[in-house]
Design a protein around this ligand. Structure first.
Ligand code: SAH
Length: 508
C-alpha cells in the first residue's frame, strides 16, 4: 500500500512556533525529509524511531537538487511510509512546496499540507515590527530577492513603491544593495524606515535598524548574514519600542543544561521562555536497578520501617514499578511514614495519591538526614541512587538512627570526551552550565575533561552538595536559594540581570 506525504511548515526557528498539527504529523512520521532552514530545536522534536533525510546539506555547496528531492518523496511514499516533508517557515511561501506536491499529485500519491508560520511575518514580529499598522501601511508585499539562475533580479520596483505598503524581502541578503537602489530609483523616500532581522525567532536573533538609504552601510557594519529578512516601511520605526524578544532577560545567553534527557524538558523550556539559547547536554542517564532483590525484600517487610525516604522522582518511579511488579499498590504503604527530599520528589508521590509526611526546609541530603533524625524513632529505609550523598547517612548515623540504604538506580555517564564542547567552553561561548546533581557535574567533567579551563563560564548549581562537587574541580559556582528547578531558573536570570547584551556577533 502506498504511504502518504505530509508537507509541514516548521516555522521560522523557535520550536514553539511549530503548529500543533505539524507536531502531531512529526510524531507519527516514519521518515522526515528536511531542509537547511529547519532549526535544530525543531529537529529535536522528530521521534527517535523516524528516519531522517537531510536534503539541505550543502555538500560541496550544492544542496540536493529539487528533482531529486521530489524523487525521494515519491519513493519513500510508494514504499508505504508515512513521510513528513519539513520545510522552514511556510512551505508555500518561497518554499517550492507547490512543486513537490505537483509531483506527488501526478504520481497519484496521497498528500496533505500543514501551513507553517512564515518568517516573513514572524521574524519581523520577533524584531518588534508589526508588518501592518493602521498608521503606516495598509498592505503587505512579500518579495523574493533571489533571481532564477542566470537571470537578473526581476522586481517591479515602481509598482512596489506606488503600493505604499510594507515590503518584506526574503532571500535578499546578497541582493540587498540592488534592492535598495531599485527602490530609491523608483522614487521611494531615502528616509523611509528599513530594517533587517537576522536569525529571526532564534536565540541568536539580531536586528539592524536603518533607513532605506543607510541600510547597506548599517547591515555591512553589523555583518548581517542569511537567513535574514529585509523590511521596508514606516512600521520599521516601531522596532526599537516593540522589540520584546531581544529584551528577554536571557537573550543572547548560551546555557548548557546537563540533566538526564527525561528531566531536561522543564528546565530547558523555562530558560528558553526567558530567551536563553539552551543547549541540552544530557550527559547522564539514570537507570533503574531492576530486578532489585534488596528493595523487594524491604518492600515485603515494610512494617519493619517507620520511615521510607526518597531523594528523587526517579527513586519514587523505580519503587512504584517494583511495587506493581509485586502485585501491590499504594495501600501497601499504609503505616509507613514518607519523607521526600524536596518538592519535586514530593510531587512524584503526590502524583500517585500520596502526601509526603516530611519535606525538609532546605532541600538537600544533609537537611533530609537531620530532619529524619529529629523525627524518627524507628528504622529508616532509604531508596536512592547508587552513588547517593553520604551527608544523608552520616546525619542518621550520628544520631544513632538505624537505616537501610538501598541503591535502586544508577547513573550512566553517556558522552565520551568531546573536544568541540571543551573548545567552546574555554573560548567563553558557554555563559553558564546548570547542574542539578553532583552526578551531572561528574557527567559534564567526563565530557569536557576535568583539566579544562572553567574560568570563562559559571556553574549554576541546584544546591550545596552539587556546588561542592563543582568547586572541587575549579568550576566557579553560584548556588540556588532553594534546591528547586524554579529557584535554579531564578538564579540563572539573576546571574545575568543588568549585564550588557552582547552587541557584536561572535564568530565561531
Ligand atoms: N518558506 C520560508 C521562506 C523560505 S525562503 C518561510 O515561509 O519563512 C528563505 C528565506 O526566508 C531566507 O533567505 C530568509 O530571507 C527568510 N528566513 C527564513 N528563516 C528566517 C529567519 N529565522 N529569520 C530571518 N529570515 C528568515
Amino acid at each position: 500500500m502506498s504511504g502518504k506525504v505530509t508537507l509541514v511548515g516548521a516555522g521560522p526557528g523557535d520550536p514553539g512556533l511549530l503548529t500543533v498539527k505539524g507536531r502531531a504529523a512529526l510524531a507519527a512520521a516514519d521518515v522526515v525529509v528536511y531542509d537547511r532552514l529547519v532549526s535544530p530545536a525543531v529537529l529535536d522534536l522528530i521521534p527517535g524511531t523516524a528516519r531522517q533525510i537531510d536534503v539541505g546539506k550543502e555538500a560541496s555547496r550544492h544542496p540536493v537538487p529539487q528533482h531529486r528531492i521530489n524523487q525521494i518523496l515519491l519513493e519513500e511514499a510508494q514504499a508505504g511510509h508515512s513521510v513528513v516533508r519539513l520545510k522552514g517557515g511556510d512551505p508555500f511561501v518561497f518554499g517550492r512546496g507547490g512543486e513537490e506536491l505537483e509531483t506527488l499529485a501526478r504520481a497519484g500519491v496521497a498528500f496533505e499540507e500543514v501551513p507553517g508560520v512564515t518568517s516573513a511575518i514572524a521574524a519581523a514580529a520577533y524584531g518588534g515590527i508589526p508588518v501592518t499598522h493602521r498608521d503606516f501601511s495598509s498592505s503587505l508585499h512579500i518579495v523574493t530577492g533571489h533571481a532564477r539562475e542566470g537571470e537578473p533580479l526581476s522586481i517591479d520596483f515602481d509598482a512596489l513603491v506606488r503600493a505604499r505598503g510594507t515590503l518584506v524581502f526574503l532571500m535578499g541578503v546578497t541582493a540587498m544593495p540592488i534592492i535598495v537602489q531599485g527602490l530609491l530609483e523608483a522614487g521611494m523616500d531615502p528616509d523611509t524606515p528599513a530594517a533587517m532581522v537576522e536569525n529571526g525567532t532564534l536565540p541568536s536573533q539580531r536586528r539592524c535598524d536603518a533607513t532605506l538609504s543607510t541600510l547597506p552601510r548599517q547591515a555591512a557594519a553589523m555583518d548581517i548574514h542569511s537567513p535574514a529578512l529585509i523590511v521596508v516601511g514606516g512600521v520599521c520605526a516601531l522596532g526599537k519600542e516593540l522589540c520584546w524578544f531581544e529584551r528577554l532577560p536571557l537573550h543572547g545567553k548560551r546555557i548548557l543544561v546537563t540533566r538526564p534527557r527525561a528531566r531536561a524538558g522543564t528546565l530547558s523550556d523555562k530558560l528558553r521562555s526567558l530567551g536563553a539559547d539552551v543547549v541540552e547536554y544530557p550527559c547522564i542517564e539514570t537507570i533503574p536497578i531492576l530486578p532489585c532483590p534488596a528493595m523487594e525484600a524491604a518492600l515485603r517487610d515494610l512494617s519493619a520501617y517507620e520511615w521510607l525516604a526518597f531523594t528523587s522522582p526517579t527513586g519514587v518511579e523505580t519503587f512504584w514499578f517494583c511495587l506493581r511488579e509485586l502485585g501491590r499498590d499504594a495501600r501497601h504503604l499504609c503505616g509507613v511514614k514518607l519523607a521526600a527530599i524536596g518538592p519535586g520528589t514530593a510531587k512524584a508521590l503526590a502524583d500517585r495519591g500520596i502526601t509526603a509526611d516530611l519535606v525538609p526546609g532546605t532541600y538537600d541530603a544533609a537537611h533530609l538526614g537531620g530532619a529524619l533524625a529529629d523525627a524518627a524513632r524507628g528504622k529508616v529505609l532509604l531508596l536512592r541512587a547508587a552513588e547517593g550523598s553520604a551527608a544523608l547517612t552520616d546525619a542518621l548515623a550520628r544520631r544513632g538512627i538505624a537505616y537501610d540504604d538501598i541503591a535502586v538506580y544508577q547513573t550512566l555517564y553517556l558522552f565520551p570526551y568531546t573536544r568541540a564542547l571543551r573548545k567552546e567552553l574555554e573560548a567563553g561561548k558557554i555563559d553558564a552550565v546548570t547542574f542539578t546533581s553532583a552526578s551531572t557535574v561528574r557527567g559534564f567533567l567526563s565530557t569536557v575533561g576535568a583539566d579544562a579551563d572553567f574560568s570563562r563560564t559559571v556553574g549554576l548549581c541546584i544546591g550545596e552538595q552539587t556546588a561542592g562537587e563543582a568547586r572541587k574541580h575549579g568550576i566557579p559556582v553560584r548556588v540556588a536559594e532553594k534546591a528547586t528547578i524554579d529557584s535554579l531558573v531564578e538564579l540563572v536570570s539573576h546571574s545575568f540581570l543588568g549585564e550588557q547584551r552582547k552587541e557584536s556577533k561572535e564568530k565561531p
